[in-house]
Design a protein. Structure first.
Length: 309
């Protein structure tokens, strides 16, 4: 199921989506829905879920985006968006959910990620429907939305949301697409300052930067979040430095970036192009990725996007 996002196919896909937007979910025989998830498992639901537990922040955001907020009865400690998610019963950490707490909520659908293989087995043994969502690209975020929509009777809402996201991406591509590869701005995303880490080609951050018309200076590294050397970073001379507003307990201060030894040689530091971005919007594979793309496109090419955002 893994594939890269191809903007050249967006218009065709949008036409297909538009044609199907008015079609509601149809029962699969005697079942409400049968969905193939990102583990290639067939998940059978006999009725529309009324009690949903989400074991990852991105799954929670997807569920809320599709209008399922009133059906969500449990989330992790890290599910912090939207604000309503903060009021929902907590079932533990992202990678360490408390299964007793999950089962006590009597879910009829559990949304999991790639961190929950053990939990999937346990839930399957108890005949509780569990849907594995493991999006690693924009296309797979769309797939995840489609899966949740089908499993919950929100197929039309999923189609509409995807339609809107793709239209917004087309708007960005119509402008940045004319920029030759050699003229695209060089971008460094700082995942961590100690040790120094960035985003490689396997990360969704790399795709967001690319969709916004930037050129990730570590896109040649296959690892998702590689450790990097200061010497290579300075040599590649990014024109923009992106730093997350928060990342775990570690803070990122633009003044501390400017004061680093030898960093005054970097174009981004010389020109004060240090950009704070919400870490969740750019690294969490969910509906807010489009916000990150739009923000970065407007930052990279302000003259092109005066009317965007």
């Amino acid at each position: 199921m893994k594939k890269n996002f191809k903007l050249s196919l967006i218009m065709f896909l949008i036409l297909i989506l538009a044609a199907g937007c008015g079609v509601a979910n149809k029962p699969e025989g005697k079942n409400f829905a049968v969905v193939t998830d990102h583990y290639d498992r067939q998940v059978v639901l006999s009725s529309a879920p009324q009690r949903i537990v989400s074991l990852s922040p991105s799954n929670t955001e997807i569920a809320f985006a599709l209008g399922l907020g009133d059906k969500i009865v449990g989330v992790t400690d890290y599910c912090n968006y939207p604000e309503e998610a903060l009021k929902i019963s907590k079932v533990g950490g992202f990678s360490t959910p408390n299964m007793e707490a999950v089962l006590a909520l009597q879910p009829d659908l559990v949304l999991v990620s790639d961190k929950h293989k053990e939990q999937v087995t346990k839930l399957e043994e108890m005949n509780i429907p569990v849907l594995a969502l493991i999006p690693e690209s924009m296309d797979e975020v769309f797939e995840a939305m489609t899966m949740v929509g089908k499993a919950t009777g929100k197929g039309q809402e999923a189609n509409s949301f995807i339609f809107d996201m793709k239209n917004r991406l087309i708007t960005i591509e119509s402008r940045v697409g004319i920029i030759p590869e050699q003229d695209r701005v060089r971008v460094y995303y700082e995942v961590s300052s100690d040790p120094l880490m960035s985003a490689g080609s396997a990360s969704i951050i790399n795709e967001v930067i690319s969709l916004a018309g930037g050129k990730n200076i570590f896109s040649d590294v296959a690892e998702k979040y590689p450790k990097i050397s200061q010497e290579v970073l300075i040599e590649r001379d990014p024109q923009f430095i992106l730093y997350p507003g928060s990342h775990g307990t570690e803070g990122f201060d633009p003044n501390s970036i400017k004061s680093r030894t030898m960093w005054d040689k970097i174009s981004a530091v010389k020109e004060n192009k240090l950009v704070n971005i919400n870490a969740d919007t750019i690294s969490r594979p969910g509906p807010r990725l489009i916000e990150a793309v739009e923000k970065l496109a407007a930052v990279f090419y302000p003259e092109m996007f005066k009317k965007v955002n």
